[in-house]
Design a protein around this ligand. Structure first.
Ligand code: TA6
Length: 332
């Protein structure tokens, strides 16, 4: 009977063999347990890394790979088929769960930046310091192009309610596509009737040859308005960028570009650029380099280009918000 079914059905059925979801999400499961429930040989494996923190390793048939820590749902590595790393992990990053992982793509939610007076939230919110659970893994999103995928979830708990009194579900889906890393954040308002407001960002650290060099620059933001956070992060100044590109040698640079085009490119100094492309839910693009506020071997080695929604989005009860970021390398 099966052989008489139309081809698309047969293909979908075949794809299901590589799709693992559990009835119960496992927040504190060990790597061994997660391999049993969600591992997909050759595509998705769980490992125990620094400080005992568990991460998912996605491996593409073309040799590219990504690592996603359950702590903070932080993507900590994205390697091209050549083995070259695209992201940057700061040397001061700690992996003991006491602080967000400094590097890769920490996820800011439900606020971006410093909390408002009286708020119990910490800078950039709790998502990057919470343990997320594994909902689903997939080896074959499209059977023609195997795309390793992991979906992580964070939802209301006593700890989140203590600092943010709302019922929510946040899902981060990470898919290693043939030529890019796709990150999709979905936020659901699970309150019975109350709306809530949130902000968010994919705080993406990208490795560069030397941030002080004129060859390291961000293009695609010319003509955009931005909030300059350098004078005072709590009272940013509205400016307009008329420069051909953003460069980093002159001093601390901390800007929230508003209502930006879908793509910005960071030229990393090697003749290649890293594109950060997003869908319209991400309205803004943050560009940050800490200059001498961090050690030279650190600040010269990265620039953050972040898909963000910095002005709070109000989500009615029962509604979802979703937005996608794609990170890929282009030759200039
Ligand atoms: O995204 C840029 C920014 O908001 C800067 O203002 C800077 O403080 C940076 O994030 C790092 O924040 P963190 O809390 O990770 O030290």
């Amino acid at each position: 009977m099966l052989s008489q079914l139309p081809l698309p059905f047969t293909r979908a059925a075949a794809a299901c063999r590589h799709h693992r979801s559990a009835t119960r999400a496992c927040a504190s499961a060990s790597a061994d347990e997660l391999n049993t429930t969600h591992g997909i040989p050759g595509s998705v494996a769980f490992e125990t890394g620094l400080g005992g923190l568990v991460f998912a390793r996605l491996t593409h048939a073309n040799g590219s790979s990504a690592e996603v820590h359950l702590f903070g749902a932080t993507v900590t590595s994205f390697k091209l088929p050549s083995g070259d790393e695209v992201l940057y992990r700061r040397p001061d990053a700690v992996f003991d769960g006491s602080k967000p992982i400094a590097g890769g793509v920490p996820l800011c939610f439900p606020i971006f930046g410093p909390p408002t007076p009286g708020s119990l939230l910490k800078q950039h919110g709790f998502a990057r310091q919470s343990l997320w659970s594994v909902v689903r893994t997939t080896g074959d999103v499209n059977p023609d192009y195997p795309e390793p995928h992991v979906c992580l979830k964070l939802e209301t708990s006593e700890a989140t309610r203590a600092v943010w009194p709302h019922a929510f579900v946040a899902l981060l889906q990470v898919t290693l596509r043939r030529d890019r890393l796709k990150l999709e954040l979905q936020v659901q308002n699970a309150n019975a009737s109350e709306p809530f407001s949130f902000a968010a960002a994919m705080h993406t650290y990208i490795e560069v040859t030397d941030a002080a060099s004129a060859a390291v620059r961000v293009t695609g933001l010319r003509g955009c308005s931005y909030l300059d956070k350098v004078p005072d992060p709590k009272a940013p100044v509205l400016k307009r960028d008329e420069a051909e590109a953003v460069t980093f040698g002159a001093g601390l640079l901390d800007r929230v570009y508003l209502d930006t085009p879908a793509e910005a490119q960071l030229e990393v100094g090697t003749g290649a650029a890293v594109a950060v492309e997003h869908t319209s839910g991400w309205k803004d693009t943050v560009v940050w380099n800490p200059h001498t506020t961090l050690q030279p071997e650190c600040w010269r080695s990265f620039v953050c280009v972040e898909s963000a929604v910095t002005r709070p989005v109000t989500l009615p009860a029962g509604y979802d918000w979703a937005a996608e970021t794609n990170i890929y390398v282009v030759d200039l």
